[in-house]
Design a protein around this ligand. Structure first.
Ligand code: UDP
Length: 485
């Protein structure tokens, strides 16, 4: 079977809904083009195609007009099957399931079949289609090696281990890796026996059967976990059939030309002293309760620190309320009366979407209050070189916060208190964290540590670096397959 028309392998990538998946998938596509892949097709699954998604895509196609082809699969509707409050993983899972026939037809209609399909962590059911069509199968794991370890271990976890974790709140032991504290545990594990748990276990099975797993990390960032993923005796190597390729950091390319959308924030940052501004953002999907929004606002105001805050409309009892609709405006309405007027001299409130990578890389930004989504975390290190206040909200963000604070020592973490069912961190705690990060010696030490991590990241993707070599190894593997079929 002729899979592709050149001597170099070509590849198709699949992104599930969510900017946190789409952005790294597109960036991976660009990276592959500089590693002997002849062309890249990115399939994008969506429920409701937003202008933000279009902009990200437009930006990319400007950069690689001829070699990167982006195909938006027709949006699917899940509103009749699942309510808006059902777990986010379950919703994404259903969207993906409904999109699989569309993906299959799209691949079949391609003139030349790509050598390989690379999917993100929510799209692993699509690997069966690729296998069926004679393509190689890869997962691009857009989070940490540590989360990957928990995911591939999930199918093998015995009942007793899980019982002790869930009922006695003992740390979850993962062979060769740091254990997961109960406070950081993943929502699907808490829902044992229910669809999100089954889905998580299936994801672990699919990932471990793929021909390879690309991870958005690098050798020096998570050495112990990467070793465990390859170690068949004392780690998880025996559970993984394919090769693990650490290929990170893969982060959004910074645009050097300013567009109208960015001008206001970047021009404002131009007028601030170096490393004086705290950037506050809870990612593409994160939302706070009205009370929590108010406390953040007061914390910022009391700290008298310069800030840029990306606000989304407050939501009661939901920490990921903007995941499927990042375009929602109106966050300013959730701020305390007079906040923007009183803080106008020192702060800027941005509604909806900010050019995060560009903001973080601005010399005036000196700290990042983040929800610890993995893309944001890596951008904080690589684009920003900034210490962080870790404020995890959902998914694996609690584990990421622990990695940032306990392993890498580049962040302070908020203490969480439950109050009437929702988490409230009060204004004085926020004020104190900001002071420690932006003013105290403690923050300076963390800043120095982040700069070291940034250096190790640069080394990893440089020509002799570990991630660069990983991608070459992947290209060799795909090239050899092409030769044999
Ligand atoms: N992002 C952005 N502007 C925003 C919010 C998010 O550019 O206002 C980008 C951010 O830079 C990152 C991605 O969206 O690349 C969010 O991914 P992450 O893994 O941090 O979190 P998620 O949004 O998936 O929870």
């Amino acid at each position: 079977m002729a899979i592709t028309g050149t001597n170099y392998p070509s590849v198709a990538l699949l992104s599930s809904p969510g900017m946190g998946h789409l952005i790294p998938i597109i960036e991976l596509g660009k990276r592959l083009l500089s590693h002997r892949f002849s062309d890249v097709t990115v399939f994008v699954v969506s429920t409701d195609f937003s202008t933000t998604q279009s902009q990200i895509i437009h930006q990319t196609s400007n950069l690689q007009p001829s070699l990167m082809n982006i195909v938006i699969l027709p949006p699917v509707n899940i509103s009749r099957d699942l309510g808006p409050d059902s777990p986010i993983g379950e919703r994404i899972g259903l969207v993906m399931e409904k999109s699989l026939p569309l993906l299959r037809s799209a691949i079949l209609s391609m003139e030349l079949r790509p050598t390989a399909l690379i999917v993100d962590l929510f799209s692993t059911n699509a690997l069966a289609i690729a296998r069926d069509l004679g393509m190689l199968t890869f997962v691009f794991f857009t989070s940490t090696a540590w989360l990957l370890a928990v995911t591939v271990y999930a199918p093998a976890m015995d009942d007793e281990t899980l019982d002790r974790h869930l009922n006695n709140h003992e740390p979850l032991r993962i062979p060769g890796c740091k254990s997961v504290q109960f406070e950081d545990t993943l929502e699907p594990l808490l829902l044992r026996g229910q669809p999100p748990y089954e889905q998580f276990v299936q994801m672990g099975i699919n990932i471990s059967r793929a021909d390879g797993i690309l991870v958005n990390t690098w050798e020096d960032l998570e050495p112990m976990t990467l070793k465990a993923l390859r170690d068949s005796e004392n780690g998880l190597g025996g559970m993984i059939q394919g090769t693990v390729y650490p290929v990170g950091p893969i982060v959004r390319t910074i645009e050097t030309e300013r567009n109208n959308r960015d001008n206001e924030v970047l021009n404002w940052l131009d007028r601030q002293p170096p490393e004086s501004v705290l950037y506050v953002s809870f990612g593409s999907g994160g939302t706070l309760s009205p009370t929590q929004m108010e406390e953040v606002a007061w914390g910022l105001e009391l700290s008298k620190t310069r800030f840029v805050w990306v606000v989304r409309p407050a939501k009661e009892h939901a920490t990921n309320g903007a995941f499927f609709n990042v375009e929602n405006a109106g966050g300013e309405d959730s701020l305390p009366e007079g906040f923007t007027r009183r803080t106008g001299e020192v702060g800027l409130v941005v509604s909806k979407w900010a050019s995060q990578a560009e903001i973080l890389s601005h010399r005036s930004v000196g700290g990042f209050m983040t929800h610890c989504g993995w893309n944001s975390t890596v951008e904080g290190i690589v684009a920003g070189e900034v210490p962080m206040i870790a404020w995890p909200l959902y998914a694996e963000q609690m584990m990421n916060a622990t990695l940032l604070t306990e392993e890498l020592a580049v962040a302070l973490r908020v203490k969480t208190k439950m109050e009437k069912g929702s988490v409230v961190i009060d204004r004085h705690e926020i004020q104190e964290l900001i002071r420690r990060l932006m003013v105290e010696e403690e923050g300076q030490c963390m800043r120095a540590k982040v700069k070291e991590l940034k250096h190790s990241a640069e080394m990893a993707i440089s020509e002799a670096g570990s991630s660069y070599k990983s991608l070459n190894k992947l290209a060799d593997y795909c090239g050899a397959y092409l030769f044999f079929v």
